[in-house]
Design a protein around this ligand. Sequence first.
Ligand SMILES: Cc1cc2nc3c(=O)[nH]c(=O)nc-3n(C[C@H](O)[C@H](O)[C@H](O)COP(=O)(O)OP(=O)(O)OC[C@H]3O[C@@H](n4cnc5c(N)ncnc54)[C@H](O)[C@@H]3O)c2cc1C
Length: 344
Amino acid sequence: MKTVTANFCPFAVRSGGYLTWPGSNVEGGVTLDLSQLTTIDVDEKQGTVGLGPGSRWKAVYTALEQYNLTTVGGRVPNVGVGGFFLGGGISLLSFQHGFGCDNIVNYEIVLADGTIVNANGNSHPDLFWAMKLGSTNYGIVTRFDVRMYPLKDVWGGIRTYPATSNDTPRLLDSWISFARNKAAVREELQAIILGRWGKGGVDEIMTVWHASLDSVPGPPLIDVPAIYDSTRKTSLLNVIGDVILAEKRYRWYTLTVKLDASFLWDVFDHAKDIFSKLEDVSGMHWDLAYQPITRGFLTASSETGGNPFKSVLEESEDDLASKVSVIDSVYQSNVDMQLSYFME
Ligand SMILES: Cc1cc2nc3c(=O)[nH]c(=O)nc-3n(C[C@H](O)[C@H](O)[C@H](O)COP(=O)(O)OP(=O)(O)OC[C@H]3O[C@@H](n4cnc5c(N)ncnc54)[C@H](O)[C@@H]3O)c2cc1C
C-alpha cells in the first residue's frame, strides 16, 4: 500500500472476482489480488470464524459443516467472502440474522498509509460502522471475524413453472404475501426468478428458490404442476449448489422497489418487449430475480447488529424487493444498449 500510494498508482482490490463491473480491476494500474488469503479459522469458544477475503462460500460452508455450524454467507458457491461482506450481503440466513455484514464483529484492515488496524465495537468504532457497506473506500480488509450459528439440515431447492399471463401475477401475489407474513416466522428466504431462455429451449419460466432453516417442507406457492422440483431436506451446501451458473459474462443492474405484484409483473412484461430485440443473439438469456427485503428482514438486521444503509431502507416504511437483471452472453454492444434502455 505504501508503494502504491507514494507513487500515485491507480489500484484495484480483488477477492473472489465476482463483481460484474470492472471494479476489481483497473486499467493502467495494479490489482491487489487477495485470492490466496483463504483462512477459515473456527473459534468455537468465541462463536466466531476468521475468514480471509479470498475464501469462497463453498469452502467456508464445507469447513463449518463439520462442526454443525454455519454463518451468514453467500448463496452461490464461488462468490468471494470479501466483496460479499463489503456490499452488505444477502444470505439464506437473512430472515434470521440480517445482512451478512451485521454479523461481523471485527475487520482487520490495511489503511491507505499502510498501517494495519482492527476495527470493532471498541477499537476504531466509526470505521467499524462505515465498513459495513464500505467496499474498497476505507481500506483493504485482510480478515473478517464473523459470528457462527448452529445449523444441521435445511429444507430447500428450486421449483420451476412455465410463466403464463394468468399464473405469473398469482405467483407474485402469493410470494409477496409469504414474504410479508410468513418468511420471518418460518425463517425462509425465497427469491423469484422470471426469465426467458434462448430460442429452442423452454420459453418463459418462473423459478422459486426456497431455502428454509426449519427443515420442514414448505408448500408450493401456487397450485400449478412444477416442470422441475428439487426441494428436499438437505444441507445448506447442497442448497447453494442447486444454482449452477454458467461461467459466462454476466451483466446486471439492481434497483430496490416497493413490494407490489402488479408493478413487478409490468416490469417483466416490459423486459419481454425490450429484450425481444435480442432473441437472435446466441448464448444469451436474461432474467429478473426478485428478492424480498421486508420489515421482518430489517428487524433481524437490527437485532443482530445494524448497518448504515438500514435506515435508508426503513425510510420507505414498506416492504421492499430488490430486482436484479442478469444477462449472459459474449460481449455485444447491442446487449448493453438494450440493458441500459431497460433500466431507464
Ligand atoms: C453469480 C453471483 C451470485 C451472487 N449471489 C449473491 C448473494 O447471494 N448475496 C449477495 O449479497 N450477493 C451476491 N452476489 C453479489 C456479490 O456478493 C458481489 O458481486 C460481491 O462483490 C462479490 O464478491 P467478490 O469478492 O467475489 O468480488 P470482487 O470482484 O473481488 O470484489 C467486489 C468489490 O469489492 C471490493 N473488495 C473485494 N475484496 C475487498 C477487500 N478485501 N477489501 C476492500 N475491498 C474489497 C473490490 O474492490 C470490488 O469493488 C452474487 C454475484 C454473482 C456474480
